[in-house]
Write a protein that binds this ligand. Structure first.
Ligand SMILES: Cc1ncc(COP(=O)(O)O)c(C=O)c1O
Length: 406
């Protein structure tokens, strides 16, 4: 059946000209316009089909237009979309209950994006330190990591290492120290009594798909406990089933005091969540933080559908199996210049010795959407519902495009 957005879509050229004329130019986009999606596929305005191995930057866990998600969103939108956090609604309580019952956390604070979740985590860590100090001077130092990415608002940006993102916006929040991931010696030296929080992605996404070792996270946990600092895991990209476990940190046996989530949680609608222990929550009072839009009934109903699907052990086992298959097939390509495949589940990074931009461009021409994580790392983060035949197509396309480029 034809879709109305297909029939009425303006031409590719009209959209691109309109973008250049009306939008603030903070993005560089390829010259194609997407009109709709179905499962792991996206379609552009010319009708061309693409296998989507970007998934909206690790957002579309259930793919596009998942029937159950569509039905739940459509039904909820006819009842209630937004009332603000001035009032009670059932849907955010139901979502928070699911998150608490499936994690280390006792309570949840909702917001609208990953950066907001990290912004809230920073405020919560500061308030926790302030309450704990009971009037004495508090340490405000935050330990963060090189190649970490936590978002673009000032607090989250302050904890993000990349100089290009930071420098034009200085001064940022002071007293953030960046250490090398997995460097145990640097870690021990940094905890000097002034630290109020450490923030780490158990698997760094944007920074190159770098895995924090269990040993490193254990030592970080120990140092936080010893000094009274809170440990924040940013699972905005690696959490919610992407690694084949519900949470990326589960595989390490190390648990945080605060965990931030966003990207896939509502299947493409904007949401963020900050999961905390009771000890952290006890430091917070009405008025300490808030958001007009956060956790409205529409987005929370969408998130319930996503959460129920991705937290199913059978679903997670399929993600783990798909990830292992993808990794094996990538390695079997034995591409010149591909140095390593790292990551977990369906968050994989193929490290090349040369830039991957030409490969991404060539693959898109062949109907495969890929993204990078830094110049030389191809990031593979398809929808979690990707099947074996789709993985075969992706790997074969990567192989043939790479050969054609040599
Ligand atoms: C680990 C991590 N944290 C935070 C963010 C920021 O999320 P958002 O773009 O929703 O603000 C991202 C986005 O890529 C991320 O990968």
């Amino acid at each position: 059946m034809p879709r109305s957005n297909q029939v009425e879509a303006p031409s590719t050229d009209e959209v691109i000209a309109g973008e250049a004329r009306y939008l603030v130019q903070t993005y560089t986009r390829p010259a194609r316009v997407f009109t709709h999606g179905e499962g792991a596929y996206l379609f552009d305005a010319t009708g061309k089909r693409y296998l989507d191995f970007a998934a909206g930057i690790a957002v579309n866990a259930l793919g596009h237009a998942d029937p159950e998600w569509v039905q739940a969103v459509a039904k909820q939108s006819t009842r209630l979309a937004h009332v603000s956090n001035l009032y009670h609604t059932a849907e955010h309580v139901q979502l928070a209950q699911r998150l608490v019952e499936h994690s280390f956390a006792d309570r949840v604070f909702f917001c609208n994006s990953g950066t907001e979740a990290n912004e809230a985590a920073l405020k919560f860590a500061r308030k926790y330190a302030f309450v704990r100090a009971a009037g004495a001077a508090t340490g405000t130092r935050v330990i963060a990591f090189e190649n970490g990415f936590h978002g673009r608002t000032i607090g989250a940006l302050s904890m993000t290492a990349k100089p290009q993102y930071r420098e034009p916006f200085a001064p940022l929040v002071p007293d953030v120290v960046f250490l090398a991931l997995n460097d145990l010696d640097a870690l021990a030296a940094a905890f000097d009594g002034h630290v109020c929080a450490a923030i780490v992605e158990p698997i760094q996404g944007e920074g190159g798909v770098n895995v924090a070792s269990a040993e490193f996270l254990r030592e970080l946990r120990r140092l936080c406990d010893e000094s009274g600092a809170v440990l924040i895991f940013d699972e905005v990209q690696c959490g919610l089933g992407r690694t084949g476990s519900l949470w990326a940190h589960t595989a390490t046996g190390v648990y945080p005091d605060i965990m931030t989530l966003a990207k896939p949680l509502a299947g493409g609608l904007p949401i963020g969540a900050v999961l905390v222990t009771d000890a952290v929550a006890a430091a917070l009072r009405p008025g300490d933080h808030g958001s007009t839009f956060a956790a409205g009934p529409l987005v929370c109903r969408a998130a319930q559908v996503v959460f129920d699907r991705v937290s199913d052990p059978q679903f997670l086992a399929r993600v783990a199996a798909s990830g292992a298959y993808l990794r094996d097939r990538l390695l079997a390509l034995e591409l010149d210049n591909m140095l390593q495949v790292r990551g977990a589940g369906l968050l994989l990074g193929a490290q090349f010795s040369v830039p991957v931009k030409p490969l991404i461009g060539a693959a898109a021409e062949c109907g495969l959407l890929l993204i990078s994580a830094g110049d030389n790392v191809l990031r593979l983060c398809p929808p979690l519902i990707v099947d074996q035949a789709q993985i075969d197509f992706a790997v074969e396309t990567i192989g043939s495009c790479w050969s054609a480029l040599q």
